[in-house]
Structure formats: structure tokens, C-alpha cells
Design a protein around this ligand. Sequence first.
Ligand code: UDP
Ligand code: MG
Length: 321
Amino acid sequence: MDEERLIDPDTTVCSVVVPLYNEEEVIGESYKRLTEVMEKEDIPYEIVMVNDGSRDNTEQLARAICAVDSRVKLINFSRNFGHQTAITAGMDAAGGQCVVVIDADLQDPPEVIPEMLAKWRAGVDVVYGKRISREGETFFKKFTAKMFYRTLNKMTDVDIPVDTGDFRLIDKKVKDALLQVREHNRYVRGIVSWLGFRTEPVEFERHKRFAGTTKYPLKKMLKLAKDALLSFSYKPLKIATGTGIFLSCASVIYLIVALILGILGKLGTVGIIFVALAVALLFQGITLIAMGIQNEYMARMYEEALGRPLYLIRDRVNFTD
Ligand code: UDP
Ligand code: MG
């Protein structure tokens, strides 16, 4: 069934995109492990490092690597634009016939790449890494991630694989398709699923971070979850409408009951004030939440209307074009 892919061995076969934000503790080891794996493959490859506005020594270390290895290219952002934007910029610049995106901290083992390449050679267009275990992460992170992937699946019509990060290989034609999608507040793995193409997983065990701490604090995690949900589902709007309808009906019933109790003289003055206040606050709260949800979508539309570039590059190293 598989159709062997035609590969041109004279041009870059594989581009490996590595986003970096304050990764001075891991960049050296990351480069070493990646190079070991890629050299065994015996194909022309490049490593595209994207320095996402790091404030530590990441840039200096990346430049030093570029100085001794011309296969390593570096893009320096003008500031921190976020992980999803960094991988987008890496893909924009990647010249290979396939592109692999991998985290810098070695939580995604580079040793899985050959398996991805083998599937790609056999004709698969998207090979994503599926985590069968996660080691060295807090219960909170694992639990929230699990809940998030499953909730997202229920809320969207796009079939986004669960327990899957951005560690994946995509064929050049998928990359070109992805680059047509220039939306802000990106959830790249969702967009890749939306694109379609022949997709298969490879399973791997997610290790703990080689060194340093996570660059995804709760705030960034929440932003990613929100981007995923809002760019692939209108359900939050529908839930807001549904809640409004339910509460309106409930309030009519409530008013009738209160009226009857009032007529029968069973509702004291304090009781009336207390209940009225509680109900007013509840309804006001729900109205504001519903409006807040609408505003989230509106803010995203506004940002698209502004049409600002996704990212800005300060400089690039080892690029020939
Ligand atoms: N990263 C980035 N920009 C950011 C945050 C993270 O480029 O604003 C990079 C980071 O350097 C790493 C990858 O994204 O290569 C994943 O981040 P991290 O490992 O900290 O996330 P976690 O694995 O803890 O979810
Ligand atoms: Mg990590």
C-alpha cells in the first residue's frame, strides 16, 4: 500500500527546527544528541534554531555552534513571541524536503527521528510523536494535560490526536500548506490536523527535562489551551447561549413561585431582599461570563484585522539566501 517517496539526495533532505527560550543549560547537549542521530542517517540535513528572545546566554552559545557547524542555522527574534510562533518561523525558514520540530530540552528524544524518517520515506506525510508515558513532570501538569486533550477533542470537530505535542515530522507539501495558514494565536498541532494529509503516529516515552526548568509556566499553558479551544471550536459560544436560555426559563419559574409565596404571605421582607440580591448577582455574573467569551472571539478577530506580522527577526546566521 505504501508508496516509496522520491527523495533528492543532493539537496537538504531534513530540516530540524528547535525553538529556544532561555535554554543555555540544554542547548549544547541538545545539539550534540541531535547531530549524533542525524549523522547516522547519512543524508544532507540542517538544524534551524529559533532563539525566541532569550535573555540568558542561549544566543551566544547558538552563535558559537553556528561558527563551527554550517549545517546549523540560527534565527534571532526581536523579542519573545512564544513557542508556537517560534516553530512557525523555523518552518518558514526550513529548506528541507521534510521538517522535524523538536523541543530543545530533550524531553522529545532525538533518537525517535529515524523512525519518523522511515515512515516518511514510506510515504506518510505527517508523523507525530505520541507520548505513551511522561516522566519527571508534576502530577498537576500530567493531569491538566490529559484533561485538556480530552476536553479539546470533545469540543472540536477537528480530530486532534491526544497526548501529542509539537514533536512531529511533516513533509514539505504539508509545510507549504501550513504556511498558508497565517492566523495569530496559533495552535500549530491543531492546524496540522486540520490540514489533513496521510498521518501516522510513532510512540515514544517522554523523558524529563535534561536541565533547566520549564519555559511553559501556568500562564503560557492557559494561553495555549485557550488558543486551541477558540481557534477550533465555537462551542463556548453555544454553551453561553445554552446557559442563558436555561437560566431565563428557570427565572420565569422562580418568579412565579415567588409571586405565589408573596400572595400567600409566606415571603418575609428580608427573605425577598436576600433572594433578589443573590439572584441579581448570579445573573449579572453569568451575563458577564457570556460577554467575556464573546469578547475573546472578538479580540482574536481584531488581532487578525490589524494584520501585524506573526514575528520579527533581528538577525539570521548561516543562511545563504
Ligand atoms: N519555548 C519557546 N518560547 C517560549 C517558551 C518555550 O521557544 O516562549 C521553547 C522551549 O525553549 C522549548 C520548547 O519551547 O524548546 C518547549 O518548552 P518547555 O520544554 O519549557 O515546555 P514543557 O515541556 O515544560 O511543556
Ligand atoms: Mg519541555
